[in-house]
Design a protein around this ligand. Structure first.
Ligand SMILES: Cc1cc2nc3c(=O)[nH]c(=O)nc-3n(C[C@H](O)[C@H](O)[C@H](O)COP(=O)(O)OP(=O)(O)OC[C@H]3O[C@@H](n4cnc5c(N)ncnc54)[C@H](O)[C@@H]3O)c2cc1C
Length: 156
């Protein structure tokens, strides 16, 4: 079953009802799981079009990047504003992959060889975690991609 809701709040409620669901954004990692590793999910929930996760705000002192923006969108919208990310993007896969791959997906995969976690660490970035009970901000240094778990439960 493939499900897509219009808002983040509806999606988070759905995720509570379907703890078995797999969240997907660009599916560049999930597609490999399905095609190469033969993984299947009873329920797949897409977050790639959620407006709340597709915002990018540049404020004085901080930049907020939506988890469902693709790497190409972030690269183009930042336009060199963050030199470390401007250096990283051309080295991340190919343009084809970057056109679909999201920052949230890179963190969600929790790969020990993922490219964005070290960059976010170097930038002293924070990650906003959300579930149906609310959200909280955690420093990227508290996440642990090396163990394959990108983050702890949102509301705890
Ligand atoms: C050919 C190829 C080359 C690649 N090269 C690189 C590379 O150079 N560097 C690199 O780091 N990676 C690389 N990758 C891996 C992949 O492209 C990235 O990890 C990408 O950022 C995943 O984003 P996605 O939106 O496609 O994630 P998806 O495949 O949609 O999801 C990946 C995981 O993250 C979870 N997830 C997705 N969105 C969210 C969210 N908003 N909140 C919480 N969890 C979420 C999903 O449940 C799933 O477990 C490559 C992959 C391929 C196929």
């Amino acid at each position: 079953m493939f499900l897509r809701k219009d808002t983040l709040a509806e999606t988070l409620r759905l995720l509570r009802e379907r703890p078995d669901a797999v969240v997907v954004a660009g599916s560049t990692d999930w597609g490999v799981e399905v095609n190469i590793r033969s993984r299947r999910a009873s329920c797949v929930i897409a977050v790639d079009r959620l407006p709340e996760l597709r915002e990018l705000r540049v404020e004085s002192g901080f930049i907020e990047i939506g988890a469902a923006l693709t790497l190409t969108e972030i690269e183009r919208r930042l336009d060199g504003e963050v030199p470390l990310l401007a250096e990283l993007f051309p080295q991340f896969a190919s343009r084809l992959i970057r056109n679909g791959a999201t920052l949230g997906g890179n963190l969600g995969t929790g790969s020990p060889i993922g490219d964005s976690p070290p960059a976010l660490l170097a930038l002293d970035a924070s990650v906003v975690l959300a579930d149906a009970d609310g959200e909280r901000e955690v420093p990227s240094r508290s996440t642990s991609p090396a163990t394959g778990r990108a983050c702890a439960a949102p509301a705890s």
